[in-house]
Design a protein around this ligand. Sequence first.
Ligand code: E4P
Length: 224
Amino acid sequence: MKLFVDTGQVEEVRTAASWGILDGVTTNPSLIAKSGRGFKETVTAMCEILPHGSISAEVVGTTVDEILREAHEIASWAPNIVVKVPMTPAGITATRHLSREGIRVNMTLVFSPSQALLAAKAGATYISVFVGRVDDISGEGMRTIEEVVQMVDTYDFESEVLVASIRHPMHVVESIRLGAHIATMPFKVMEQLFHHPLTDIGLERFLDDWRRAGLHIFEPAGAR
Ligand code: E4P
């Protein structure tokens, strides 16, 4: 499963990229607005940090013409950009045009299998199914992931299911169990994936035992 970080902060992308396990970045208009930097400078900086990853950048137009115009502009900034387009009738029409032109689309704000079907048929590269926002209103976000993964498998669509709006590590664990292709998560959640209390306790014990026994890996100078 690919791991993406969901952020508007270039420094978070740099840190996550330095771990060597980052496959991509998703942004959205709210995250970019919160970053305090310009849209193009933020997205192009991320593209440079992760040249072999995919960076999703979202249009804000709402008509087919506006979406196409903005998508062409955004896609021209770097080869590894995926244009994020909202799940609306105009978004679906634009996605059909863009995918035929070879511009990759991440269809965002998908909440149901029927919406996901339209996105797949329009040729979206990624289908971003939001889970946290559904859980927030007492729904079962991961249930939709299960249905969409099954739909993509059954009909052999080329689209990849991207689990979005992740709130905690269990959303990532469930994404693995359901066979989702990609999980995008806030930087904080990605950091949480590293941690387990037994890892910390285990490491401390190994190092203590080693130290107490006076062992070493490198021969001390002059010991030969
Ligand atoms: C997806 O690409 C979105 O940017 C994101 O996951 C939205 O998450 P939120 O519900 O935490 O805003």
